[in-house]
Design a binder for this molecule. Structure first.
Ligand SMILES: [Cu+2]
Length: 303
């Protein structure tokens, strides 16, 4: 059986080593020849340069050898790539949604999670969709990477072969918070996977306000549990007294419906003290008024 964190590690690493080996070989040969020529054909030793023209043997050699090398690399490169596009029929499906600036993972039965959890040794097909700009989905430990393009249905598949946590990165620069698009894939035993899946809430069972927050990736910057992400947590926000800067003057406001509505539509108007403008964009035209109300109702419950 293959070793490595996924079934593609061996094939990809072999092609990489081959390419690296060939490059290293030529680096050494070319450098050695250069040094040799500099000494051998130095002007003191070889005062008069000779023009070499129409040397058939030489021309055939420098055409044939590179062509053979390139075909050889193509063969190995293609044979490592080909299995990546042929998805096994029994592969389990997970939908990966990329948005600025968060990944979410939709499992069958409308269950949504923000880390990717997968069972060991079971082929999985990831359908890659983007709701805004081009993102890139990459799991370096698995040697897989694919663009996530709005309006296009890209996919990838692999079989995880080791339990543990592996990094997921966005590899297409997608805006100011691009670097926050990191998350993890957690590979567990099939039993742990079943237990985990049973514990994931079905999206439609969650409070409406929470669905709105997740849909708009607010939770990428504001946590729900008191931990600090890019900005303050939503926990305990409603009703507290906040220090904000309005038109350059600091003032104290009570967090109520109106303040939250202003924060969503004109985030730079009442700027929370200590933050600079422009980190949070305005959600005018994105979060509808009734959705803003749902958010407010939900924030009230986060004591
Ligand atoms: Cu991205």
């Amino acid at each position: 059986m293959n070793t490595g964190a996924s079934n593609f590690v061996e094939g990809v690493d072999w092609v990489f080593k081959l390419l690296f080996g060939i490059s290293a070989f030529f680096l050494i040969v070319i450098t050695a020849m250069m040094i040799f020529f500099v000494i051998r054909y130095n002007r003191k030793r070889h005062p008069k340069a000779v023009q070499i023209k129409d040397n058939m043997a030489l021309e055939i050699t420098w055409i044939t050898i590179p062509v053979i090398i390139v075909l050889f690399l193509f063969y190995y490169g293609f044979s490592a790539f080909q299995p990546m596009i042929w998805v096994p029929k029994d592969a389990m499906k997970v939908k990966v949604i990329g948005k600025m600036w968060q990944w979410s993972f939709e499992y069958p039965g409308n269950k949504v999670a923000d880390t990717l959890v997968l069972p060991l040794n079971r082929p999985v097909k990831l359908d890659l969709v983007s709701v805004d700009v081009i993102h890139g989905f990459s799991i370096p430990a698995f040697r897989v990477k694919e663009d996530v393009v709005p309006g296009k249905n890209n996919y990838m598949w692999f079989t995880p072969q080791q339990t543990g946590n592996f990094e997921i990165f966005c590899t297409a620069y997608c805006g100011v918070r691009h670097s926050y698009m990191g998350t993890k894939v957690r590979v567990v035993t099939p039993r742990q996977y079943d237990q985990w899946l049973a514990s994931v809430k079905v999206a439609s069972e969650e409070p409406g306000g929470l669905q709105v927050l997740k849909k708009n990736a607010c939770t990428g910057c504001h946590s729900l549990d008191g931990s600090k992400l890019v900005s303050a947590s939503f926990k305990g926000l409603y009703g507290k007294t906040e220090t904000v800067v309005t038109n350059g003057t600091e003032r104290k406001v009570k967090v109520d419906d109106e303040y939250i509505t202003t924060s969503i539509y004109e985030p730079d108007k009442d700027l929370v003290s200590g933050y600079s403008k422009g980190i949070m964009k305005s959600y005018k035209g994105i979060v509808k008024e009734d959705e803003a109300k749902m958010i407010i109702e939900y924030l009230k419950t986060l004591k």
